[in-house]
Design a protein around this ligand. Sequence first.
Ligand code: PLP
Length: 375
Amino acid sequence: MRFTTRQIHEGVEPDPITGSILTPIYQSTTFVQSSVDEYLDKGYSYSRSGNPTVRVLENKLTALEGGADCSCFGTGMSAINAVMMAFLNAGDHAIVSDVVYGGTYRLSTKIYSRFGVEFSFVDTSDAAAVRAAVKDNTRLIITETPANPTLKLTDIAAVSEVAREFGIPHAVDNTFLTPYYQRPLELNADIVVHSTTKYFDGHNATVGGAVISATQELADKVRYIMNATGTIMSPQVAFYTLQGIKTLSVRVDRQSQNAMAVAEFLESHDKVEQVSYPGLKSFPQYELACSQADGFGAMIWFEVKGGLTAGKQLMDNIELWSLAENLGSVESLITHPVTMTHSDVEEAERKRVGILDGLVPVSYTHLTLPTIYSV
Ligand code: PLP
C-alpha cells in the first residue's frame, strides 16, 4: 500500500464491539485487570502509561515513519524533552542544529544546562562540522531539517554516518516535512521527533508530539521517560490527530504547491529583498532538498525591502494571513520569529545563525501556506 492509503488505514481497525469505523476515544483513567496473575493481559493498566486511542496513533506513526515503535506526547516540546532526558546525563554533551526551533534552544540552554549538560549549536548542514564537534562525552545529536525558521537543511544521511561512527543516537525533528515527504529513518537516523500540532493535526485544533525510534531498545528508553514524567498525549488529542492524518498528503501537496507559487511571486517582487524556499533554484541547498525529500514543504522565509517600517507595515496590513504562532494547518499564518517563536534565543546567537533583528527586526517573515486558498 502506498503512503496515501496507509495514512488512512494503517493501524486502524473498526471497533470489534460496535463496528465504529473511527477509533473510539477511550476516556478512562484505569483499566480493570482480570487477575493479579494476568496483570496487563489486555495491554493497558493506567492512561499515563498507555491508552488504547493513543496506541492506535502510535502504531500509525510507527508505520508511516518506518520505525520500531512510537510514543505520543502532550506537546512537541515534551517529545523533545523525553529524547533529551532519555539519552543525556549530567556531564554529557549534545550537538544540536544551530538553527532550531526556539523552544528546543530554550530547553537546552535554560533547563538542561542547569543539570550539567553541555550543548554545542553546530551548523549541521556541514557533516564535517558535526564530526569536529563530537567530544568524548557526546551522547546525542539533534538536528532539525528544514530548520525553523530559516529552512536550512541538514544532510540526514551524512550526519547519521558521523553519529554511527561514534555510536551516538541521531534524532531528527521531521516536523516541517512529515514522513509523507521525508523519512529520516530510511536515511539511517535513529529517532524521529514531531510536533503533531503542525501538519499531522493540520487544523489548529490540538497540541501534541511524537517520538518514533528505529529500534525497540531506543523506543523503550523514550517510553520509560514518558511514563515516569507523565507526559503522554491525551486520548482526545490522539483522536483528533488520527482524523487529521487521513488527509495529510492531500493537504501537504496543495500547501506545497501554493508555497512554490508564492515563493516565485515573492522572488520576482521588487519590494522583496530575499526569499528562502527549498523549492527555488536559488535556495543554496536546492540539490539536497531534491535528493533527500519527496517535496519542499509549505514554509517560506522572506525579507522585505525597507527594514523595520516596511516589515511592520506588511505584518499589520497583510490580508488573509493571520499574525500568529504555529504552522502546518489549513489556515495561513505569518510569524515574526524574533518576537515570537525565537524570542528566547539571545540576540548574538540569532545573529550568528541568521535570524536577523537589529535594524530590520520585523522584515523577516515566516509564512505558512493554506490548503484551500488557491494562488
Ligand atoms: N519542533 C518544531 C520544528 C517546531 O516548529 C515546534 C513548534 O513550533 C516544536 C518542535 C514544538 O512543538 P509544540 O509547540 O507542539 O510543543
